[in-house]
Every structure is written in C-alpha cells, then in structure tokens.
Write a protein that binds this ligand. Structure first.
Ligand code: KG4
Ligand code: ZN
Length: 348
C-alpha cells in the first residue's frame, strides 16, 4: 500500500460534472459528463440547465470514476470539492454531494478554489510544482495571471481580464462568424487554414499608458468590437467574409497579448516557470507561441494535456491531495458554495 492519500475530487462550477480520483500526484480516474450540447443552441451556458444536468450526472459519473480507478468509496482518505468561483446553483450540487459523502463515509472534506485547482492539475502531468510559479488561467469564465508560491494555500493575483474572459471572446467571435459553440476549438480549426497577418486587430491593454495601470490585466472587448466592425463593413459592401483569415487574425491578437504578458510576469517576478491552464490552453497557436517566447527567455513552460486543461474533477482531487500532504486543516461541513470566491482564498 502507498502512503499517498487517495482523494476524490468533485467539480461542478460550470457545465462539466467532473469526478476525479488521485493517489497523491498520480491520476487514477478522470470521469467527466458535459452538458455543453444542451447549451449550444443558446450560444452560452444556461445556469439552470447546468445545475439540473449536474444533478442527473453526479451519481453515474461518481460510479464511473470509482470503477475506472478500481477503488470503492470506503478506500478514500479525503473528499475535495470546488466551492467556488462559478455558477451558484451548479456549485451547490457538487458541494452538497461532497458533504453527503464526507458525512456518510466519515472522511475529511476540503472545499477548494477552482482557479487553484486549474494550477494544481499539472502535478498529475508534470510532477511537483516549481515554487514559486507564474500561472496563466484562460477559460470561458476566467483569464488571470497568478503568482503561486504554494498552490495549497498561497495564490496571489497579478492581473485579470477587465471585461470578457479569453474563452468568452473566442465564443463570441465564433458566433459572429456563424461557426457554432463552444467557439474556441472551431476558431482554432478555421485559423489553421487562414492567414494570421491578414488583418491587424488591436492588442488590448498593451499601450504605454495601459502598461502602467493594467500591466498584467487583459481586455478583449475592444478586439471583439473591432472584429465585429470589420465583418459588418465587409457585409455592408456585399463582400463575402474570409472566415479563416478573420479567425486566424483574431486568434493571433488574443494569443499575442496572453503570451506577451505571461512572459513579462515571469521576467519581472524572477520566476523561471510558466504554467498555462483552462480551456483556452488547448489552443494550438497559444501552445506554439508560448513555447517560442518562453524558450527565447529561458522560461520552462508547463501545459497539461487538453483534457486536464478544461474543467474536470481530477484537478480538484489533485489540489485536495496536496492539501492533505501539506497538513492543511479540513474544511468545515458548513462550507458554502461561493460563486465569487476570491482567488486568494485557496480553501473554503
Ligand atoms: O476551462 P473550460 O472548459 O471551462 C470554463 O471554466 O470556462 O473552458 C472553456 C472555454 C470555452 O470558452 C472554449 O471556447 C475555450 O475554452 N476553448 C478554446 C479551445 N478549446 C476550448 N479556446 C481556444 N482554442 C481552443 N482550442
Ligand atoms: Zn475552469
């Protein structure tokens, strides 16, 4: 038997019901049920639909994870759950399930921060985290740059988006171009056939004034408006819209700003490791440009495989295991689902 803790992680902050099981830093199961198709016709996640889907998926996904890992619930050493941030009703489903399991099994409960969990998941892929690390989290719900001395209790924000999240921008531009939802993978695919230099779209918050007041912050709404104007102009002139070129040029603008600011954060904080997580980390151009820019500055880049970048339960289990290993006190059974949990609060 291993001394490493066997930890179950539940994730229900958005549209993925994730149940993961880890032993210390080793991934044993990563079962995910997504309600993304139920939201597609609305062009975005509908909170009520997501909550109901979590309720329906929780028990089957839990059973699948235990079967995949070859363990029973009684074998577990601890239960971890995303307590925020996220959609309130969706979070409540996971938190209630985790409390019920902890109470029935008599196991310690850890309510964890979703963003810290996105960082901790890389332990499963690339081993112990370098401390400190800079983490850039880019998804449909968040875009932030973090300074991470210790993922189990000390996460400090450097910057964040002041309007849309990076993934949200991908989703909105995909809708504008009639590509579908979720937009990120569809833009990524279209961009492969397009010219990233076809149009020069604006790079938000990179001017000298903004680099003083919003050095590590992001903004994508100006870019979104610029792309929309460009497309409208084309259509008004009765010309066809070159979807692949627009996709590639838009993606280039997003990825340029993300990688530029992430590398700058590493350099200015004297940190030699950059970790990228969240759904947008699956973007092929982001991976290539981050690799190039990190290599040029001698920074080691860590990006987990795409399935671990998007929302899942394994990331929650990974952070829970880290908390057990570093001797954190378990959360109280009264722990809340906190839709606006601050990133500095790693544990509820
Ligand atoms: O982390 P995630 O699964 O859920 C949230 O917490 O939001 O991220 C989903 C987001 C969506 O906005 C989706 O369009 C984006 O990640 N995404 C991508 C790619 N794959 C997913 N964005 C750009 N390129 C991709 N290949
Ligand atoms: Zn997420």
């Amino acid at each position: 038997m291993s001394d490493e803790p066997l930890v179950l992680g539940l994730e229900t902050s958005c549209d993925e019901t994730g149940v993961g099981i880890v032993r210390g830093g080793t991934l044993l199961a990563d079962a995910v049920a997504s309600s993304v198709e139920q939201h597609a016709r609305f062009g975005g996640v509908v909170p009520e639909v997501a909550s109901r889907a979590h309720l329906e998926a929780m028990i089957p996904t839990l059973r699948r994870a235990c079967a995949d890992a070859g363990v029973t619930l009684n074998d577990l050493d601890a239960i971890a759950v995303t307590s925020g941030p996220g959609l309130s009703g969706a979070l409540m489903v996971g938190v209630a399930a985790a409390k019920a399991l902890a109470l029935a099994l008599g196991k310690p409960l850890y309510g964890v921060n979703h963003l810290a969990a996105h960082v901790a998941v890389d332990i499963l892929e690339h081993g112990p985290l370098p401390e400190p690390a800079i983490a850039m989290l880019v998804s449909g719900g968040h875009s932030s740059l973090l300074f991470v001395p210790d993922v189990s209790y000390d996460v400090q924000p450097l910057g964040r988006t002041i309007d849309d999240a990076a993934g949200e921008a991908f989703d909105k531009i995909a809708r504008l171009l009639g590509l579908g939802f979720p937009g990120g993978p569809l833009i990524d695919k279209a961009a492969r056939e397009g010219d990233p230099g076809a149009m020069r779209f604006p790079r938000g918050l990179t001017g000298s004034h903004d680099m003083r007041d919003h050095r590590y912050d992001f903004s994508f709404s100006g870019l979104k408006t610029a792309v929309a104007r460009w497309v409208e102009q084309r259509e008004a002139n009765g010309e066809s819209v070159p979807v692949n070129d627009v996709s590639a040029s838009f993606q280039e603008a997003v990825v340029d700003v993300l990688t530029r600011k992430a590398v700058l954060a590493c350099k200015e904080n004297g940190v030699g490791h950059l970790l990228i997580g969240g759904g947008v980390a699956a973007n092929s151009r982001l991976r290539v440009m981050a690799e190039e820019r990190c290599a040029a500055e001698g920074i080691v880049l860590r990006v987990p495989r795409p399935k671990l970048c998007t929302d899942n339960g394994a990331m929650v289990a990974a952070l829970g295991a880290r908390m057990v290993q570093t001797g954190r006190t378990p959360s109280d059974l009264t722990l809340p689902a906190d839709s606006s949990m601050p990133v500095t609060l790693v544990q509820a």
